[in-house]
Design a protein around this ligand. Structure first.
Ligand code: ASP
Length: 343
C-alpha cells in the first residue's frame, strides 16, 4: 500500500499521542524536592507498640528523612535518596526490614527488596536473602550491574559477595521482639485453627516493612521497598515488596509508589502499578488514584495495608485502611514530618 501524505500525518499523530509516549529520560527541573517514607502499616498490638517504641521509631524515621533530604539538597538523585533513607530503616531493629525483620514459621529471616528508577524505568529486586545487611543496596546492584530485574536466594547473595556488600550472620537479623511476635502469632493461629476460624495470617502483625519514594531537583521520581515479609510465613514465600508493579513502582510520567500490608493482595491486585495506570489511562490525580486503590480496591478484596505515593509535581498521598501506618515526609524546607495513626 502506498502511504499518502494524509495517512503519514495520521500515523505520526498517533505515534506522538501522549498516551503512547515513553517518559523523557529526565523531566523538567523543579525547584522543590520531596522524600516520603513509610515504616509499615497494620494493627498496633498494645504490648508491642509502647510509647517508648513509638518515640524511637519516629526518631529513626526523622533520621531517615533528614539523611535523604541531605542527598536531595545536594542535587543527588531520587534513587540515591530512596536508598539512603531505606538503609537507615533497615539498620534499625525497630522496623521489619534488614535487622529486626519478621520471622518465618521456622524462626528464620528471609528478606525481599526492590528499587525502581522513574526516569529510566529500570528496576532491581531481590527475594529471599538471608545474610545481606542492606537488601536495598543489593536491589540497586541487580539494577545497575546485571541485565535482570530480580534475583532470588543464593544467586542474589552471590552478587552481593561479588560486589563486597556487607553480609551478616543470621543472629544479626533476629531480634527478641520478633521472636516474641512469632510466638504470639503462632499461638493465635493455633487458637483460630482450634475454633476453625478462617486464618487472618499476617494481615495485622506484619507492621514494619519500610519504603521510600522521592522526587529530586532534576524532576525524577524513584521508589524502593524493603521487608522481612509477613510474620510466620512459610519459608520460601515471596511477597509483593520485591515485585515491580505490586509493592513498588516508579515512572516519571505518573508517580512513584511503595506499598505495605498483606502482600498477597498487592500481588493479586498489582496495586502499585494500578495507581500509576489510573493516572496514565484515566487522567486521575495522584490522590484519587491512590485513595481508590487502597480504600476501595484493597479493602473490597479483604486486604489490609497502605501506600506512600508521590507524583512529579510533588503531590503526596498516603492512604491506609489499617489502624496505623508509620509515615513521614520532608520537603525542600528540611522540616521532617512524621505520623503513625490516623491524623
Ligand atoms: N507487604 C509485605 C509482604 O507481604 C509485608 C508488609 O508490608 O508488612 O511481604
Amino acid at each position: 500500500m502506498r502511504i499518502t501524505p494524509v495517512i503519514a500525518l495520521l500515523l505520526s499523530i498517533s505515534v506522538m499521542s501522549p498516551r503512547a509516549q515513553e517518559p523523557k529520560p529526565s523531566a523538567a527541573p523543579t525547584a522543590g524536592f520531596v522524600l516520603v517514607i513509610h515504616g509499615g502499616a497494620g494493627l498496633m498490638a498494645k504490648d508491642e507498640f509502647t510509647p517508648d517504641r513509638e518515640k524511637a521509631s519516629r526518631a529513626t524515621m526523622e533520621a531517615a528523612l533528614l539523611a535523604g533530604h541531605g542527598v536531595l539538597a545536594r542535587g543527588g538523585t531520587s534513587v540515591d535518596a530512596v536508598i539512603t533513607a531505606i538503609r537507615i530503616l533497615e539498620d534499625s531493629p525497630l522496623f521489619n526490614a534488614g535487622r529486626g525483620s519478621a520471622l518465618t514459621a521456622e524462626g528464620t529471616v528471609e528478606m525481599d527488596a526492590s528499587l525502581m528508577d522513574g526516569a529510566s524505568h529500570r528496576a532491581g529486586a531481590v527475594a529471599g536473602v538471608k545474610h545481606v545487611k542492606n537488601p536495598i543496596e543489593l536491589a540497586r546492584l541487580v539494577m545497575d550491574k546485571t541485565p535482570h530485574v530480580m534475583l532470588a536466594g543464593e544467586g542474589a547473595e552471590a552478587l552481593a559477595k561479588q560486589h563486597n556488600l556487607a553480609l551478616m550472620p543470621p543472629e544479626y537479623f533476629v531480634t527478641e521482639l520478633r521472636r516474641l511476635q512469632l510466638e504470639r502469632v503462632q499461638r493465635q493461629e493455633k487458637a483460630r485453627k482450634e475454633k476453625q476460624e478462617k486464618s487472618q495470617h499476617g494481615g495485622v502483625e506484619s507492621i514494619g516493612t519500610v519504603g521510600a519514594v522521592a522526587l529530586d531537583k532534576h524532576g525524577n521520581l524513584a521508589a524502593g521497598t524493603s521487608t522481612g515479609g509477613m510474620v510466620n510465613k512459610r519459608f520460601g514465600r515471596i511477597g509483593d515488596s520485591p515485585v515491580i508493579g505490586a509493592g513498588t513502582y516508579a515512572h516519571n510520567h505518573t508517580c512513584a509508589v511503595s506499598g505495605t500490608g498483606h502482600g498477597e493482595y498487592y500481588l493479586r491486585g498489582v496495586l502499585a502499578y494500578d495507581i500509576a495506570a489510573k493516572m496514565d489511562y484515566q487522567g486521575w490525580s495522584l490522590t484519587n488514584a491512590a485513595t481508590d486503590v487502597v480504600m476501595r480496591k484493597l479493602s473490597e478484596a479483604g486486604g489490609m495495608g497502605g501506600v506512600i505515593a508521590l507524583d512529579s509535581k510533588g503531590n503526596v498521598a498516603m492512604p491506609f485502611n489499617t489502624q496505623g501506618m508509620y509515615r513521614g515526609v520532608i520537603r525542600a524546607d528540611g522540616k521532617p514530618w512524621t505520623a503513625i495513626r490516623k491524623e
